[in-house]
Write a protein that binds this ligand. Structure first.
Ligand SMILES: Cc1cc2nc3c(=O)[nH]c(=O)nc-3n(C[C@H](O)[C@H](O)[C@H](O)COP(=O)(O)OP(=O)(O)OC[C@H]3O[C@@H](n4cnc5c(N)ncnc54)[C@H](O)[C@@H]3O)c2cc1C
Ligand SMILES: NC(=O)c1ccc[n+]([C@@H]2O[C@H](COP(=O)([O-])OP(=O)(O)OC[C@H]3O[C@@H](n4cnc5c(N)ncnc54)[C@H](OP(=O)(O)O)[C@@H]3O)[C@@H](O)[C@H]2O)c1
Length: 416
């Protein structure tokens, strides 16, 4: 059993953890920590070691995706508001750590200094402090610098501003182990890894629950990233940790992250429209549970999209019950791969344009969560069309209408 600082964070404020057989548990802090209010005292540098109480797969066996629902127990006094996120501090998986050690010719007992100059073993460093997952371009550059005058041709071809595109292509789908195998013998001292590799970062997950419905718990909806690239099976660091190494009873270092820009309306009678395809559904489950638990009277309209209704309808029973109970005034789904031609949430918006515009006119708040790269933009385009058609005016007027909504905090997005 060895001692590590799980967050890779501030030692003075540090909480210390022991790492044993892939499990973390808390031990005595080296420096006394001043008492702070329980809800505020846990941060990325000083996380709370929380227990996993549920870890269920939401997607069916036929699904192309593995999306899970994880429930985590909070310490008494830790609070959040729907719209907030939870930060999870992952560890690298053991097999990956071992393959890096083997490629380097080290055994893990070597002593290195962490980011705060504390002495730890190389095994601890590779498990909990260094990002050995997806390869960063910066790591390739630092690795090349260690070669001095003898940069191999293949590596030299990835350096410099003129080769940026090539380097981007190289790192896509690759991890540190790929670099080690392709250009071996560069790392001669374990400490050099702290120069080459980035720090292992926490990952954020939108909170999928309301404390009013689940006192003392925080829920998340996580897509476990798995893919095969360059001949190896790979997985996301944090989603892989949650998907494979966080069974019921396991502990996870977490902290709560406030997001004041994604909030239910203060007016509990105001209508809300929620666009949440994929894991973007998470905060809307929280919104709906909150309004249900507190008896808020405002109308609720949910648009959910995923690939197939049979396997990917996340929280189906809960949403259908909310609809039957009258909490969900409208529920529209868009299962993109249930038919030949793809149908997306914005298509459902367009089909229901007149009603959608009527909701906006009576002060509805419009929320979007999920994919930033395409979905959020396409939904905004569809929304502008709904407004332009509804007002019977120009696209410029629709843009101004949406700008007014934004100013009034009636258009909020949480996209990633
Ligand atoms: C505010 C916020 C809220 C979020 N909420 C959620 C949420 O509710 N649910 C959720 O699941 N996620 C959410 N995310 C995303 C989440 O934080 C992580 O980014 C996500 O889980 C991936 O982290 P990871 O450690 O598993 O993967 P990483 O180890 O970071 O690896 C992901 C990387 O792998 C590479 N990759 C992925 N697929 C492939 C492929 N097929 N081929 C090649 N390379 C590939 C890409 O470079 C990708 O960036 C949120 C993010 C933010 C910022
Ligand atoms: N950083 C990361 O590594 C990471 C990890 C997890 C999730 N994410 C991101 O989290 C978001 C959610 O991922 P997810 O897998 O849960 O869901 P998703 O990829 O957003 O897919 C959900 C649904 O949206 C559809 N869709 C695809 N393009 C769309 C568009 N332009 N407009 C509207 N709908 C569209 C998909 O259809 P089709 O698939 O049939 O086209 C699917 O039916 C995405 O941004 C994803 O990239 C990122």
């Amino acid at each position: 059993m060895q001692e590590i600082e799980a967050s890779g964070g501030d030692v003075c404020r540090g909480r210390f953890f022991v790492y044993y057989n892939g499990e973390m548990s808390e031990t005595t802090a080296a420096t006394p920590v001043a008492p702070v209010a329980a809800h505020a005292k846990y941060t990325r540098n000083q996380p709370y070691l929380a227990k996993v109480v549920t870890n269920d797969r939401l997607t069916g066996p036929e699904s192309e995706k593995e999306t899970i629902h994880v429930e985590i127990e909070l310490e008494e006094g830790m609070t959040y508001t729907p719209g907030d996120a939870v930060g999870i501090i992952p560890t690298n998986r053991e097999a990956q750590v071992q393959s890096v050690l083997a490629a380097l010719g080290f055994n893990g007992t070597e002593v290195v200094q962490d980011h705060y100059k504390n002495e730890i073993s190389l095994l601890e460093a590779l498990t909990a402090h260094l990002g050995i997952g997806k390869l960063a371009r910066g790591s390739v550059n630092q690795y090349a610098k260690l070669c001095g005058e003898n940069v191999p041709d293949g590596l030299a071809a990835l350096l410099g501003a003129e080769n940026k595109a090539l380097a981007e292509e190289y790192v896509w789908g690759r991890e540190f182990i790929d670099l080690l195998k392709e250009f071996p013998g560069v790392i001669t001292e374990p400490q050099q890894l702290f120069v080459v590799l980035q720090r292992l970062q926490p990952r954020m997950y939108s909170i999928a629950s309301s404390l009013a419905a689940h006192p003392g718990q925080v829920h998340t909806t996580v897509r476990v990233i798995r893919y095969t690239a360059h001949g190896l099976d790979r997985q996301g660091v944090a989603s892989g940790h949650l998907g494979e190494r966080a069974p019921v009873g396991a502990t996870l270092p977490i902290y709560l992250h406030e997001n004041k820009n994604f909030r239910l309306p203060e007016d509990t009678d105001a209508p809300v429209i929620m666009i949440g395809p994929g894991t973007g559904i998470a905060p809307f489950r929280a919104f709906l549970e909150h309004r249900e638990a507190l008896g808020h009277k405002g109308d609720n309209w949910l648009f959910f999209g995923e690939q197939r209704s049979v396997s990917d309808y996340l929280y189906k029973d809960q949403f259908l019950k909310m609809q039957a109970d009258g909490l969900l005034t409208n529920l529209h789904t868009a299962f993109s791969r249930d038919q030949h031609k793809k149908i997306y949430v914005q298509d459902r918006m367009t089909e229901n344009a007149a009603e959608l515009f009527a909701w906006l006119e009576r002060g509805a708040y419009f929320y979007v969560c999920g994919d930033a790269s395409r979905m959020a933009k396409d939904v905004e385009t569809a929304l502008l069309d709904v407004i332009a058609n509804g007002t019977g005016s120009t696209p410029e007027h629709a843009v101004a209408y949406l700008a007014e909504m934004k100013k009034a905090k009636r258009y909020q997005r949480d996209v990633y």
